[in-house]
Design a protein. Structure first.
Length: 581
C-alpha cells in the first residue's frame, strides 16, 4: 500500500480536524447568542457573558480583560463580565511538577523545601500553590495549565476568522471589533509570557516597596520562567473585605475606623499619583481584589517604622500597624516624559473649569485620525466636564464618564493615546475605592499639586526666555511693515476687491447632503421625462411594435429605478431606527 506524499500525516490531519471542529463550535455559539452584533451595538451583555462561559477558558479570560476596559465596552458590559467564573479543572500535582521541572531544568527538591500539592486558587491561565524555598522564604507559585498557550492561539485565530461576519451587522456599531480583538490578543499573549510580569513586578517593587505603608511582594526571577511565576508570599485580606466592613460600620454609625480609612485613602491616592508623575510606571489594574490589607503584629518587622508625613489632621510618630500590599503585575502602564507633561496640563486645565482649555490639552496628547472640527469637539465635551465639575465624588459614574468621553473623541476623529485610556481606567478604579474609604477626599485636589510640581521641575526658564525673545524679535521685524500693509488693505477694500470667507461647522457633511439632494432632484426629472417620453411613444405609434416596445422598456426601467430608490430609502430608515434602539 502506497501513501501519497501530499497527504497530511495523521497528527496533522487530527489537528486540522480539531481546528475545524472548534471553529464550528465557536461560530455556532457566537450565532446562538448573537455575540458579534451585541458587542458591536453594545446590547444584551448577559447573552455575551453566557456565550463566553460556554466557550471556555480563553473566552472567560477575554471577558475578564474586558471587565476592566470601560474605555472599550460600556459599564453594563464591564459589570456583567465581572460575574464570569473560572470553571477550570485543576491540574494534578504530577502535571504541575512536570511543568516546573521542564521549565526550570531543576528538580522540585532543588528549589523548594516544601510545596503544597493542592492549589489554593485556579483560573483560566493557570493555578497557584503555596510553597517554601530552601532558605525558608514562603512563596506563591503560579503555574500555567499545559497546552493553554496553544489553545489561546487557536481560539484567537478562529475568532479573527469570524470577524468577516461584521459585514452583516448594521453600521450602528459603537466600537471597532477588530481593534478590540487586537487589544485582547496583545493582553492575552502578554499574560501567557510570565517573563513580562517578572520584569513588571521587579520594577514596581524597586519603585514602591516600603513607600509609606505600601508593600510589594518580591518576584523571584531566578525561579521564574515563561510558564512559572514565583512571588514572595504576603499574608493579608483583600481590601474589598475591609470596604465591606466599613459599609456595615456606616450602617451602625460606627466611627471606629475613621482615622484608618482616611489614612488608607490618602496613601492610595498619593502613591498612585507618584506612580504617574514621578515614576511614569503605574499599576493599570488596581481593583480591590489586587490590593491586600495586611495587619502587623508587634513582633513583625516594620511595626515601629517612623512616620515621614502628616495626613490631614492625623499626625503619627510611627506608621500605623497595617500595610497595603499590591498584587498582580500583568497589566501595567508606562508614560513617556512628553505624555506626562501633557497629562499634567490636562489636570491643571481641569482646575480652571474651562472647557476649551481642557479640550486643547486633550487634543495635545491625542492623535487625529481625520478632519477634526475643534468647535464641535469642545461642544460635545462640555456636558461631561460640567458633570465632573459640579458633582461630588460619590455622584460620578466614572466608568460611564470615561466610556462616553472616549466615544466623543472617536466620533470627532480623535484617537486617545492607549496609555491615557489605561490611566483613566486605573484612576477611576482607585477613585472608586477612595469614595468608600474617605468620600471627602478629592483625587483632583491631591493631583493638582503633583501636576504643578512636575511642571515646575520640568520648566526650562532659559528655553522659555529664548522662545519669548525670538517671538518678540519677529514681532519687532514685522512692526515697520504694518502701515504699508494697512494702506494696502484699505486700497483693496476701496477698489471693491474685498473677499470674505465664511467658515462653518460640518462643511463637508453639508456639501455632501446638498450634492445628494441635487442628484435626487436630477434623477426625479430624468424619470419624469422617461415616463412622459415613453407614454408619447406608445400613444403616438400604436401600430408600430418596435417603437411601442421602446416605450414599454422605458416604463419598465422607470419602475425598476423607482423600486430601487424606495428600497434604499426604507433601508436607510431601518438603519436609523436600529441605531436609536
Amino acid at each position: 500500500m502506497t501513501t501519497n506524499a501530499n497527504e497530511p500525516t495523521p497528527p496533522t490531519w487530527q489537528a486540522n480536524q480539531n481546528r475545524h471542529t472548534r471553529f464550528r463550535t465557536i461560530l455556532s455559539v457566537l450565532r446562538q447568542y448573537n455575540v458579534l452584533s451585541n458587542l458591536a451595538r453594545q446590547k444584551h451583555p448577559q447573552q455575551v457573558r453566557l456565550a463566553f462561559e460556554e466557550l471556555g477558558p480563553t473566552f472567560i479570560k477575554i471577558g475578564q480583560i474586558l471587565s476592566s476596559r470601560t474605555d472599550i465596552v460600556k459599564p453594563a458590559f464591564a459589570n456583567e463580565f465581572k460575574k464570569l467564573q473560572d470553571n477550570v479543572k485543576r491540574d494534578p500535582f504530577e502535571t504541575v511538577k512536570q511543568t516546573i521541572e521542564t521549565q526550570t531544568g531543576k528538580t522540585m527538591a532543588e528549589m523548594f523545601a516544601s510545596f503544597d500539592e493542592e492549589p489554593f486558587a485556579s483560573a483560566s491561565m493557570g493555578q497557584t500553590h503555596h510553597a517554601t524555598l530552601l532558605n525558608g522564604q514562603k512563596v506563591v507559585v503560579k503555574v500555567q495549565h499545559p497546552g493553554i498557550d496553544a489553545e489561546v492561539a487557536l481560539d484567537i485565530s478562529l475568532f479573527e476568522r469570524a470577524l468577516p461576519l461584521l459585514r452583516y451587522i448594521p453600521e450602528s456599531s459603537v466600537i471597532d471589533l477588530r481593534e478590540m480583538v487586537a487589544e485582547i490578543k496583545r493582553s492575552l499573549f502578554n499574560e501567557l509570557d510570565t517573563s513580562i510580569e517578572v520584569k513588571n513586578g521587579t520594577r514596581f517593587y524597586r519603585l514602591n516597596n516600603r513607600q509609606d505603608i505600601i508593600q510589594v511582594p518580591k518576584v523571584y526571577g531566578d525561579y521564574s520562567t515563561q510558564k512559572v511565576l514565583v512571588n514572595q508570599y504576603m499574608a493579608g485580606t483583600s481590601i474589598q473585605h475591609f470596604m465591606a466592613t466599613l459599609n456595615d460600620a456606616d450602617l451602625n454609625d460606627d466611627h471606629q475606623y475613621d482615622d484608618e480609612r482616611r489614612y488608607l485613602a490618602h496613601t492610595l491616592v498619593t502613591n498612585f499619583l507618584k506612580q504617574v508623575f514621578e515614576d511614569g510606571f503605574f499599576h493599570a489594574d488596581p481593583h480591590p481584589g489586587n490590593i491586600l490589607l495586611r495587619e502587623l503584629k508587634p513582633q513583625d518587622m516594620g511595626y515601629h517604622t517612623p512616620a515621614k508625613r502628616k495626613t490631614g489632621h492625623i499626625h503619627r510618630e510611627t506608621l500605623p500597624p497595617y500595610r497595603l500590599v499590591y498584587l498582580d503585575f500583568g497589566m501595567m502602564g508606562s508614560i513617556s516624559p512628553a505624555l506626562m507633561a501633557g497629562i499634567a496640563n490636562v489636570v491643571i486645565a481641569v482646575t480652571t473649569e474651562n472647557t476649551r482649555q481642557v479640550g486643547r490639552a486633550i487634543l495635545a496628547i491625542s492623535n487625529r485620525t481625520g478632519e477634526v472640527d475643534e468647535e464641535a469637539f469642545f461642544s460635545a465635551l462640555a456636558p461631561f466636564l460640567s458633570q465632573y465639575y459640579n458633582s461630588g465624588l460619590g455622584d460620578i459614574d466614572f466608568q460611564g464618564l470615561l466610556f462616553e468621553m472616549v466615544k466623543v473623541c472617536r466620533t470627532n476623529n480623535i484617537q486617545v493615546n492607549p496609555a491615557v485610556t489605561m490611566l483613566g481606567k486605573a484612576f477611576g478604579t482607585i477613585e472608586g475605592i477612595v469614595e468608600i474609604l474617605d468620600p471627602s477626599l478629592s483625587m483632583m485636589d491631591v493631583a493638582r499639586p503633583f501636576a504643578r510640581k512636575y511642571m515646575r521641575e520640568h520648566f526650562d526658564l532659559r528655553q522659555e526666555l529664548e522662545d519669548g525673545a525670538l517671538a518678540t524679535l519677529q514681532g519687532l521685524r514685522d512692526t515697520p511693515k504694518l502701515p504699508s500693509r494697512l494702506l494696502s488693505a484699505l486700497d483693496t477694500f476701496e477698489n471693491g476687491q474685498t473677499r470674505v470667507n465664511i467658515v462653518f461647522s460640518h462643511r463637508k457633511q453639508f456639501i455632501d447632503q446638498i450634492d445628494s439632494m441635487v442628484n435626487k432632484v436630477v434623477l426625479a426629472v430624468i424619470l419624469a421625462a422617461l415616463i412622459v417620453g415613453s407614454s408619447l411613444l406608445v400613444q403616438s405609434h400604436p401600430d408600430n411594435n418596435w417603437i411601442t416596445n421602446i416605450g414599454i422598456f422605458g416604463y419598465v426601467t422607470a419602475v425598476i429605478v423607482i423600486i430601487g430608490l424606495a428600497i434604499g430609502t426604507l433601508h436607510s430608515w431601518y438603519r436609523h431606527w436600529r441605531h436609536k434602539q
